[in-house]
Write a protein that binds this ligand. Structure first.
Ligand code: C2E
Ligand code: MG
Ligand code: MG
Length: 712
């Protein structure tokens, strides 16, 4: 079989793109020439092939919009060529018109069988052929377009994650696509032939029915979201109804549970405290802002309750980060329980105040109350919750107690802005100046603000005057009650500031303790007292022990023992001439070093007195364990000792127990002869008070040494 055709072929030429490219295959040169002339005129770009082989090779390397193929050709005939062409075209819808003999029915059948699109009979009518070619080429283009569209649609469906239900106008499921992508329970309900609305569970039927009726009314797309729980897991399915052809509807469904889970996680990360799961600072600020806005509109009040703990990070070395997180969880539990139990005491008819618990920082918890008409109850609530959160927390082997302070601020007294309210709670907390442990609730008001401003000013001036050494020591004598001989004195600091005048230690010592200034103040006091002892000794006075008031904060430092050792050696002072007055606050948690330091100082020969006895922990049982020599009965008992039998009874008990554990007992603040007599009668050892001598500058103290000059 010949594998080449006649050489008289017309090579395919680069036609103008708008012209249809036509391949004419005919062994008859004359037919080809006439065809080319006629069809070129009709606007076709014509390529000729004299036989099947040439035609197939043109087809291999060029694209044609249509082929006119002679059925009867020598070598490879038109039918064989057509078959091979179809193979080569690989499904491309290029129309092939076969030219057959007149009434040659067999050829016509064979033409279609071999893949021809149409046939024409010879002799060829060029007008008909050109029209037929044009319409076949047009149809082929449409077919091609449709094919690619259907391909697009099917790949769209394949790649889409949506489930598709085809519904008739009544909602009966006609067909489903990708049903397996739905959550199990929902999938089970989507059965072809069933009405989709009858299939649905109550959990998600409502939003779906609403969307369906809207879609029916508007004849437009309508979306919906259904949320329900499947085996304890939250499921979210998003859907929309889309109008289709002839009253049919598409229901497109997408399982969005994972997306919503992620979104929820992102929201949690942004708005929740990771350790406790309660609202974090960001959420608190947003929520407080919203509630303030609402309350402004409804003329109701918002109140903020802030629980501030002594620094929780102090516990970290002992219990680790995990332990601190556990502690935070226990705190939150207690806050919630406290709140619940308070709210449950409110009369049933009272509307429960709206509230939110949040963690503002590592050590700060906040409860906000909104829509209030009366915020009086907040203080009682704070006290109740405080009692709960203050109980020791057990973490592993550790029993930890936290020192809390509570600040309250409300829109009535403080501010109507988020920042203003929170700052006001900080002010309220800052107003707590007691350094000893205790549970405190402070409510912000204008008076408190003024006080805080004053405290800040005092701190500023005190800092400057300590640096300049402006403060001075006064000395108050102590006398033996049996013979009224001088047995000692207490050094008391005096501050006469250039701007503020005389400021009482009762006012500035707590500020110094809170600001940390107490350490440098204490160094100044010790230095001045040691210098004074040396001066009196050099002047030849029979010196008596001098008491120095030492703050628990100083006593709790690492260096205090060495400071005293060095000071005593440097000044060559007998240690028994120095007495330290400390309060019972050193017995509280967090002062563990203080206790040990006091023992070391006492071992050094320094005397120790427990000041203001009876006002603090007042537990007589720990007295025997204290490294002390002396008890000072607080002035409050002494002042009413002759008028109040309870005060007398307490003073008597302190004297008795003090003596039982071999302590010297001194009473402070005696102002009258009656008080002095009563104290003597109760067996008190000594006394210090205005009656026997007010605190005086060192230069005036010599009167108390009267008769004690060694020289005289
Ligand atoms: P304190 O240690 O209990 O001192 C006794 C206070 O009672 C002194 O007040 C003293 O002047 C006063 N006082 C003594 N007898 C009477 C009396 O008969 N009637 C009345 N009404 N008061 C009497 P002062 O000097 O104002 O000191 C107050 C507190 O300040 C002291 O209480 C002490 O806790 C603290 N303080 C004073 N000086 C120092 C100091 O140098 N360092 C430290 N850390 N605290 C000091
Ligand atoms: Mg004292
Ligand atoms: Mg005292």
């Amino acid at each position: 079989m010949a594998t080449t055709d006649s050489l008289i072929d017309v090579q395919p030429s680069p036609d103008a793109p708008q012209r249809h490219r036509l391949l004419i295959v005919d062994d008859d040169l004359a037919v080809r020439m006439v065809s080319r002339l006629a069809l070129s005129k009709a606007g076709f770009g014509v390529t000729e092939a004299s036989g099947g082989y040439t035609a197939l090779s043109w087809l291999d390397s060029h694209r044609f919009d249509a082929i006119l193929l002679d059925a009867r050709m020598p070598g490879m005939d038109g039918f064989e060529t057509c078959r091979k062409m179809r193979e080569q075209l690989n499904g491309a819808p290029v129309p092939i018109i076969m030219a057959t003999g007149q009434d040659d029915d067999d050829s016509i059948d064979a033409a279609f069988e071999s893949g021809a699109t149409d046939f024409v009979v010879k002799p060829l009518n060029w007008r008909i052929i050109s029209q037929r070619l044009s319409s076949l080429i047009g149809a082929s283009a449409v077919k091609k377009h449709l094919k690619s569209r259907s391909h697009q649609i099917s790949s769209m469906l394949k790649t889409s994650s949506e489930t598709m239900l085809l519904l008739d106008s009544a909602g009966i499921i006609q067909g489903t696509h990708q049903i397996e992508r739905l959550p199990t329970e929902l999938r089970a309900q989507m059965i072809v032939g069933r009405n989709v609305f009858h299939s649905l569970d109550d959990a998600f039927s409502d939003p779906v029915i609403v969307a369906w009726s809207t879609a029916q009314r508007t004849q437009d797309c309508e979306s919906f979201i259904v949320e329900y729980s499947e085996e304890g897991k939250r499921q979210t399915v998003q859907g929309r109804f889309v109008p289709g052809a002839e009253g049919e509807w598409l229901c497109l469904l997408q399982d969005q549970s994972a997306v919503f889970d992620c979104e929820q996680q992102a929201v949690d990360l942004a708005y929740k405290d990771p350790a406790t799961g309660i609202a974090n600072e960001k959420r608190l600020l947003e929520e407080l802002g919203n509630r303030l806005r609402d309350d402004r509109e409804t003329h109701s009040q918002t109140a903020v309750l802030r629980f501030s703990a002594s620094d929780l990070r102090n516990f970290e070395p002992a219990i680790g980060r995990d332990g601190v997180a556990k502690m935070a969880q226990v705190i939150v539990e207690r806050l919630e329980l406290g709140l619940d139990s308070f709210l449950s005491t409110l009369p049933v008819e009272t509307k429960r105040p709206e509230h939110l618990i949040a963690r503002l920082s590592e050590s700060d918890y906040v409860i906000i109350f909104s829509a209030l008409h009366d915020s009086e109850f907040i203080e009682d609530l704070a006290t109740l919750i405080l009692r709960r959160v203050s109980t020791s927390i057990e973490i592993g082997d550790h029993l930890l107690s936290i020192d809390w302070t509570v600040g309250i601020a409300d829109t009535g007294e403080a501010s109507s802005t988020t920042d203003g309210l929170l700052t006001a709670t900080a002010y309220a907390i800052q107003s707590d100046l007691r350094s000893s442990s205790g549970h405190r609730v402070h409510r912000y008001n204008a008076e408190l603000k003024a006080k805080i401003k004053l405290d800040i000013e005092i701190e500023r001036l005190l800092r400057r005057d300590i640096a300049d050494g402006v403060l001075e020591m006064y000395y108050q004598p102590k006398f033996d009650l049996s013979d009224l001989s001088l047995i000692g004195m207490e050094a008391l600091i005096r501050w006469n500031n250039a701007e503020m005048g005389f400021v009482s230690p009762a006012q500035f010592i707590p500020i110094a303790e809170k600001s940390g200034l107490i350490i440098s103040l204490s160094h100044l006091v010790v230095e001045k007292v040691f210098d004074q002892i040396v001066a009196w000794r050099e002047e030849g006075y029979r010196t008596v022990p001098v008491s120095i008031n030492i703050s628990g904060i100083h006593l709790n430092t690492r260096t205090i023992v060495e400071e005293f050792r060095a000071g005593i050696q440097h000044h060559r002072i007998p240690p028994e001439l120095v007495e330290l007055e400390v309060t019972e606050s050193i017995m509280v948690d967090g002062m563990s070093k203080a206790f040990k330091n006091l023992t070391d100082l006492r071992d050094m020969g320094i005397r120790v007195a427990i000041d203001d006895f009876g006002t603090g922990y007042s537990s007589l049982s720990y007295l025997k364990d204290l490294p002390a020599d002396c008890l000072k009965i607080d002035r409050s008992f002494v002042q009413s000792i002759t008028s109040d039998p309870t005060a007398e009874a307490i003073a008597r008990a302190i004297i008795t127990v003090g003596h039982d554990v071999n302590l010297h007992v001194i009473a402070e603040g005696a102002e009258t002869a009656e008080q002095l007599n009563k104290l003597a009668e109760l067996g008190c050892d000594s006394v210090q008070g205005y009656f026997t001598g007010k605190p005086v500058p060192s230069s005036e103290f010599s009167v108390f040494f009267e008769g004690s000059l060694l020289a005289s």
